[in-house]
Structure formats: C-alpha cells, structure tokens
Design a protein around this ligand. Structure first.
Ligand code: DAK
Length: 263
C-alpha cells in the first residue's frame, strides 16, 4: 500500500489516508487501497475503526482535482462509482467507524467523513462542499448525507454557497460531535473507539444496522427492523453474560455515567 496505512491497537483498527503532499486528496489509487484495507480488517478481533489523515493540515482535501480534470463522461462515472462503492462500504461496515478529522475536510473529504458513524475534529478542521464552484455537484453522497446529518436548510446553504465552515461551526450544527486540540484528537478518537470496543460486539453491530437501515424506511418498517435485530441478540454469549452480570450485581460492570467532552 502506498497511500493507506493500517494499524491495529488492541481491539481497534486505525486507517490513515497517507498522501500528505496532496493534502490526502482521493485519487483512484487511494480509493482502491482504502477498499482493499476495509476488506482486510479482521472482524473477529477488531471492534471499531478510526479513519484519519496523515499530517497536521488535512484530513482529506477532496477528490483529486488533477485526476478528475481530464476525465471523460464514462471515466467520470467510473471514478464516481469507485468512490461511492467504498464510501458505502464504510457506511455499512459491520463495526462502527469514527472519523478523526484533522484539518481540511472538503468535497469528497467532507463526504467520506459523513460516511463514518461518528465525526470528531481538531480545532483547525475546515469542512465544506466546494463543488458548485468547480462546476459539479457533490458526487460522493454529499447532497444526501449532509442533509440527513445537519438538516435540509443548513445542508442547502453549505452546498449552494460552497462556503467552508470552521470546527466550532461544524460542532454547532451537529456535523461533528466534539472538537479537540490537534494533538489530542487521535488519542480522543482511540479512547472513543475503545469505549465502543468494550461493549457487546453483536449488540453494537446490530445497533449500527438498525439505525442505518431504519433511517431509510418509514417508522412502521423501521420498528420491525429493530425488533428483528433486538431478537437476534438473544441466546448470544454477550446477552447471557451482560444480563448475568447485572443480575449477579457485578458492580464493576454496572452502568457508568461518563460525560462526552464538548467544547
Ligand atoms: N486534489 C488534488 N490536489 C490537491 C487537492 C485536491 N482536491 N487539494 C490540494 N491539493 C494539492 C495542491 O495541488 C498542492 O499540490 P502541489 O502544488 O504542492 O503539488 C498541495 O495539495 C497543497 O495544496 P495548496 O498548496 O493548495 O495548500 P494551501 O494550504 O494553500 O490550500 C486548500 C489548501 C485545501 C484550501 C487548497 O489546496 C484547496 O482549495 N484544495 C482544493 C479543495 C477542493 O476544492 N476540494 C474539493 C474537490 S472536489 C464525483 C464524486 C465526487 C467528487 C467528484 C465527482 N463523481 C460521482 C464523478 C468529489 C469532488 C471533490 O471532492
């Protein structure tokens, strides 16, 4: 792999898009390597992923404008499909994915962060969908996911104006869950991933599936999806141990209240 590094620490996997000279812009090779990396994740041991960018300046500065500038219609479509397939793979990946946004998250960079389950960012992060200024529409799901995350009005404003927003505004509109000084971002992302990783893995996976699939259908159908995935947890070791701990009054494993860090 030239542009992706993948490390496993205990039960979490850390994927770094490593093309800092181009501010980690997504070219075909980055997308292919990311796809192959996701395929290689050992789902028997890894319970949550962190996705970040190399360097101190950029998470992902978008799709590679140099590569895109010469594409024919057919090649543009193929490039779009490659991106959409890998973004969708991230979104539907069986385990949670946390985007640790360490700088620019523009165009495809904002879009890849929105394919992740949770976004946290550094104080220097900048988000935006600048595509209309380049004569295109957001093409990696931006018109769909941004509206679902921050609401229709704010998504339309960001997309129509092509205006970038800073970390504090991203936090205010709910695009990110927390903001950290740059040097604290990755440790915070790992800590969050570890907090997820200690919970019952089948239950966590089923929650992701229920939330994602439920959002695509009406409430009556969504409740049926939830029922099925709820039922699916029973008779698992996790469910027996989790409920057993409670009944045995295992204080160590009982409910803890932990505040999320907010800025
Ligand atoms: N693509 C390629 N190279 C990029 C890049 C990008 N998106 N962004 C930055 N770079 C490269 C620069 O060319 C420069 O390379 P060298 O000149 O050193 O070789 C290096 O990264 C450093 O960039 P700057 O010198 O520009 O650094 P600055 O700090 O001055 O500025 C910046 C940082 C992020 C403000 C600026 O680089 C910038 O505006 N970059 C472009 C941001 C942008 O517009 N991103 C959105 C791209 S559009 C599709 C699906 C999806 C998409 C399209 C189609 N289909 C379905 C077909 C997605 C589109 C996009 O993402």
């Amino acid at each position: 792999m030239e542009f992706i590094t993948y490390e496993v620490e205990e039960k979490i996997g850390i994927i770094t898009i490593n093309r800092p000279k181009a501010l980690n812009a997504l070219n075909s090779q980055v997308l292919e390597e990311l796809d192959a990396t996701l395929d290689s994740v050992d789902l028997d041991t890894v319970r949550a992923l962190v996705l970040t960018g190399a360097g101190e300046k950029s998470f992902v500065a978008g799709a590679d404008i140099g590569e895109m500038s010469t594409l024919t219609k057919a090649e543009g479509e193929a490039f779009g499909k490659k991106g959409n397939d890998v973004f969708r793979k991230l979104e539907t990946f069986p385990i949670p994915v946390i985007a640790a946004v360490n700088g620019f998250a523009l165009g495809g960079g904002c879009e890849i962060s929105m394919s992740c389950d949770i976004r946290i960012c550094s104080e220097n992060a900048i988000f935006g969908q600048p595509e209309v200024g380049l004569g295109i529409t957001p093409g990696f799901g931006g018109t769909q996911r941004l509206a679902r995350i921050v609401g229709v009005g704010m998504a339309k404003q960001m997309i129509y104006t092509a205006r970038n927003i800073k970390a504090d505004e991203a936090y205010r509109i709910g695009l990110v869950n927390a903001v950290y000084p740059l040097e604290e971002l990755l440790p915070a992302a790992k800590k969050l991933a570890q907090t997820i990783a200690i919970n019952a893995p089948i239950a966590v996976r089923n929650c992701k599936k229920a939330i994602n699939e439920g959002l695509d259908v009406n409430m009556d159908e969504a409740i049926v999806i939830e029922e099925k995935l709820f039922g699916d947890c029973f008779e698992t070791e996790d469910q027996k141990a989790g409920m057993g701990n409670f009944l045995e009054k295992d204080k160590e494993k009982k409910l803890k209240v932990v505040p999320f860090q907010n800025k």
